[in-house]
Design a protein around this ligand. Structure first.
Ligand SMILES: C[S@@+](CC[C@H](N)C(=O)[O-])C[C@H]1O[C@@H](n2cnc3c(N)ncnc32)[C@H](O)[C@@H]1O
Length: 206
């Protein structure tokens, strides 16, 4: 019974606007690596939508927290192209799974990870993606960010303070800092799409 599984209302709310970005950026058959899958709600939704478009997607969920794997796999049971979840701490660069094609993954997706993990995870995400994406591949990152020249809304400031209270290494990342980390790794910001609830999707290219 999927209804008894751990559930994220945020993932449920953002999966529809996220799909609108994924279908435009990925558009076609693709192999996709997901970092920090959490409750595993995104992959089955995106797989159903991509199948409805007639695309063949191969999706590899991963999570640093091994206790999440059974939930991710239960949600993904029977979904064609959705692989069993694997343990991956984004900082373990040598452990990142390889794509089915030698060229690399067509897309790497990380949702709501960077503000709820140490800054080293942001650096690692950029470095790992630069190593594992195929030459035309995309890194797609969702979350709340501090955007230069844009006033951070009070709800995001309060969220940032709350995150830092819970863990001094957490907190909203500055788009400027993340962009510097990306450039150092060899990735370029292609677009920053506004999303509901003061979140954004960042799309990076090699
Ligand atoms: C807020 S949840 C987001 C989960 C899911 N992506 C979503 O949007 O619902 C953050 C997730 O990041 C994972 N995480 C934290 N540190 C990580 C790391 N170093 N490497 C990979 N995942 C990590 C946590 O275990 C948690 O599941």
């Amino acid at each position: 019974m999927v209804t008894d599984l751990p559930f994220s209302p945020f993932a449920e709310r953002n999966k529809t606007p996220l799909w609108e970005v994924l279908k435009r950026v990925v558009a076609g058959d693709a192999a996709i690596l997901e970092i920090a899958s959490g409750t595993g709600q995104h992959a089955p939704h995106f797989m159903a939508q991509s199948a409805a478009c007639g695309w063949k997607w191969h999706w590899q969920p991963t999570e640093a927290d091994a206790s999440c794997l059974s939930t991710i796999d239960a949600r993904g049971a029977g979904v064609s192209g959705l692989l069993p979840a694997g343990v991956l701490d984004v900082r373990e660069l040598e452990a990142w799974p390889r794509a089915p094609r030698a060229e690399g993954w067509d897309a790497i997706f990380a949702c709501n990870l960077l503000h709820i993990s140490p800054l080293a995870c942001s650096t690692a995400l950029m470095q790992g993606a630069a190593r594992r994406l195929q030459p035309q591949g995309h890194l797609i990152v969702y979350g709340p960010f501090v955007i230069p020249g844009v006033e951070t809304v009070p709800s995001n400031l309060a969220f940032d303070a709350d995150l830092k209270r819970r863990n001094a290494a957490w907190g909203l990342r500055s788009l400027k800092d993340v962009q510097v980390q990306a450039e150092q790794a060899g990735l370029h910001l292609q677009e920053c799409c506004e999303m509901p609830a003061n979140n954004v999707v960042l799309v990076f290219r090699r």
